[in-house]
Design a protein around this ligand. Structure first.
Ligand SMILES: [Zn+2]
Ligand SMILES: [Zn+2]
Length: 110
């Protein structure tokens, strides 16, 4: 069977920076991600991440798992969680996106 090409299919970005999208959408995104953080099973987390990605116009990655950069440089990039680099800042787990990790990799020992 041939792969159907959808006439209205758009190529969505693989990364979205929250400060570049309307604040009400960023708020909806944050609320969904907070719910996902509190969810226990992947069955709950996956649909929340999918919905969150849709809200901000992000292409859902193959991993179906998205992460928000919580780097100290105030980056707010949302990206494929498979590419996340994490470290402990005291007892807080911080997430760096690939861009931050390349430019200023943190280990928590600074
Ligand atoms: Zn970042
Ligand atoms: Zn950064």
């Amino acid at each position: 069977m041939a792969t159907a090409v959808l006439p209205h299919a758009q190529t969505l970005p693989a990364e979205v920076e929250l400060h570049r999208i309307p604040a009400h959408l960023a708020d909806q995104f944050t609320a969904l991600m907070e719910r996902a953080d509190q969810a226990i099973s992947l069955y709950e987390i996956r649909p929340l991440h999918a919905q969150a990605a849709q809200v901000i116009g992000l292409q859902l990655p193959d991993s179906q798992d998205i992460a928000l950069c919580t780097c100290t440089c105030l980056c707010d990039r949302v990206f494929d969680a498979n590419l996340a680099r994490t470290h402990l800042d005291g007892t807080v787990e911080r997430v760096q996106c690939p861009v931050c990790a390349d430019e200023h990799r943190l280990t928590g020992d600074e």
